[in-house]
Design a protein around this ligand. Structure first.
Ligand code: NAP
Ligand code: MG
Length: 495
């Protein structure tokens, strides 16, 4: 394994990092090529070079993956919860043991810096540990019917074959956040990873094999024809669950598709998180929290602070300090341990960010730091802070998904709530104030599934993660996350 500090020669490093990672489809416990032999390239965002070439699943492969999941379904559902739990525990141990190895792989295909990638791996592994613990605590209830004639017995059963579709921004954590509860519940699954980052998902598939998961329980199907393979699987009457994390646009299409055969959906969609700083906030911790909420993952997070609303008294000093902290970030190859901001995942992502910033500048925003695409190789965009951003600028309406912080000033608590709620999204919000009563009152008025109160990070495997409004339906993590993969069955019993 290469030491990250020596990780300067990309060609050698890339070959070392991807060694041992499957590049075929993982179906029924075996690795195979696509039915038509098709492949696609996975790129390193640092210089655009090809990291690996991966099989691109077809409709026939999608069918085969569902067949494999169906073959394994009855045995897995009948496997004692303790045994399912033990497989998840072993997978957790293996992932933690290999945290550095996984982190390099994530950095290589996604671009995020090594520290963020390592943080993601440990976060991803925690979903396996949490659901190993939940697997043996699947609830049920028994009560006497109000009429007194019978009992009401309610059991939770595995919902059936689960189709899991994940994005590129957290290639490990978005996968385990679905795989963990699906397997704990007793479901078998097919994972369709994002085409920018299939290697991490394939490595996770292999890891589960080593952890002793029976063949066919988890199948991994990379594909460049995402729409076709997902449609093929969701239309299959044996698939009963679709869990999707990605953009609201694709989520809406998939909900329409799932509606045709009444497939249960969980949708973790886009966000547009407001970061509200009141005059009475602790300035230092607000800036530190802003750096985490904005810059974890280089801003490529659905939870990323997207709009900074800062009360007028504290705004000049907050803006100055945030610009200073953002401007000091070192940009470059994420494998270099001194680098704090890596490249964006691909060229289009980078160009979309640049277009939003250019639009904001044209609307009258001032650039406090960063603000233009650098020359040279790789898909880099600098850490950027924009001041005086007009309330209706496009950059405040859309998910930036990059290292850009637009700042807007406000006057009253009512203004803060109105601005925070002024989008169709409602995933997460951040609120900073030293008056905890004020913070809770404002949090309760904000329409978002999660609130970080004096915190720049909310994600926790033990908590229900998910959005209100167009940010999604359902929750992942916590006890709620398990029930997304279960169906209640009520048995009326007389005895
Ligand atoms: P995306 O384009 O919606 O893609 C997500 C996944 O869906 C990928 O695997 C993609 O495959 C697949 N896909 C694309 N088009 C499809 C179609 N027509 N039918 C079926 N599958 C399709 O999103 P992204 O750009 O990868 O990810 C960024 C988005 O994810 C952001 O909006 C972000 O907010 C959201 N996100 C949300 C959460 C959350 O928990 N709420 C967490 C992380 C990210 P290909 O890669 O092959 O296109
Ligand atoms: Mg890539």
């Amino acid at each position: 394994m290469t030491d990250v500090t020596d990780a300067r020669d990309r060609t050698d490093v890339s070959a070392t990092i991807t060694a041992g990672v499957p590049t075929g489809l993982l179906i029924g416990g075996a690795e195979r090529a696509a039915s038509d032999g098709a492949t696609f390239d996975v790129h390193d965002p640092v210089d655009g070079s090809v990291l690996a070439t991966v099989s691109s699943g077809t409709r026939a492969d999608a069918q085969a993956a569902v067949d494999a999941a169906a073959d394994a379904a009855a045995d897995w559902a009948a496997t004692p919860p303790r045994k399912r739990s033990e497989v998840l525990s072993r997978a957790y141990d293996l992932m933690v043991e290999r945290a550095d190895w996984f982190a390099r792989l994530i950095t290589a295909e996604n671009g995020k810096v090594f520290a963020d990638a390592r943080g993601e791996v440990l976060y991803a592994a925690e979903f396996l540990r949490w659901y190993a613990e939940e697997a043996v605590r699947i609830p049920g209830t028994l009560q006497t019917a109000p009429g007194g004639a019978n009992k009401i017995l309610v059991e939770h059963r595995p919902i059936g074959i689960a189709i899991l579709v994940t994005p590129w921004n957290f290639p490990a954590a978005m996968a385990t956040r679905k795989i963990g509860p699906a397997l704990a519940a007793g479901c078998t699954a097919v994972l369709k990873p994002a085409s920018d980052t299939p290697l991490t998902a394939l490595a996770i598939g292999k890891l589960f094999d080593e952890a002793g998961l029976p063949a066919g329980v988890l199948n991994v199907l990379p594909s460049r024809s995402s729409g076709a393979v997902v449609e093929q699987m969701v239309r299959d009457p044996r698939a009963r669950k679709l869990s999707f994390t990605g953009s609201t646009e694709v989520g809406v299409t998939l909900m329409q598709l799932a509606a045709e055969s009444v497939v249960s959906t969980s949708m973790e969609l886009g966000g547009n998180a407001p970061f509200v700083v009141f005059d009475d906030a602790d300035l230092e911790s607000a800036v530190a929290g802003a750096m985490i909420a904005k810059m974890r993952n280089g801003g490529e997070a659905c939870t990323a602070a997207n709009r900074f609303y800062v009360q007028e008294g504290i705004a000049p000093e907050f803006s100055r300090r945030l610009a200073e902290a953002m401007g000091a970030l070192r940009t470059g190859d994420g494998l270099d341990p001194e680098v704090q901001l890596g490249p964006m995942v691909n060229e289009r992502a980078r160009d979309d960010i640049a277009a939003l910033v250019d639009g904001a500048k044209a609307d009258g925003a001032t650039v406090l730091t960063g603000g233009s695409t650098p020359d040279g190789a790789g898909w880099f965009y600098p850490a950027t802070v924009l001041g005086d951003v007009p309330e209706h600028a496009r950059i405040l309406q859309e998910e930036i998904f990059g290292p850009v912080a637009p700042i807007v000033t406000f006057q009253t608590d009512d203004d803060a709530v109105r601005l925070a709620n002024g989008t169709p999204y409602g995933l997460v919000s951040y609120v900073y104030t030293q008056d905890i009563g004020r913070g809770l009152r404002v949090s309760e008025r904000i329409e978002s599934g999660m609130v970080g109160l004096n915190r720049g990070l909310v994600s926790d495997p033990a908590a229900p993660f998910g959005g209100m409004k167009e940010s999604g339906i359902g929750r992942e993590g916590g006890a709620e996350g398990l029930l997304e993969y279960m169906e209640s069955q009520y048995i009326a019993v007389s005895w």
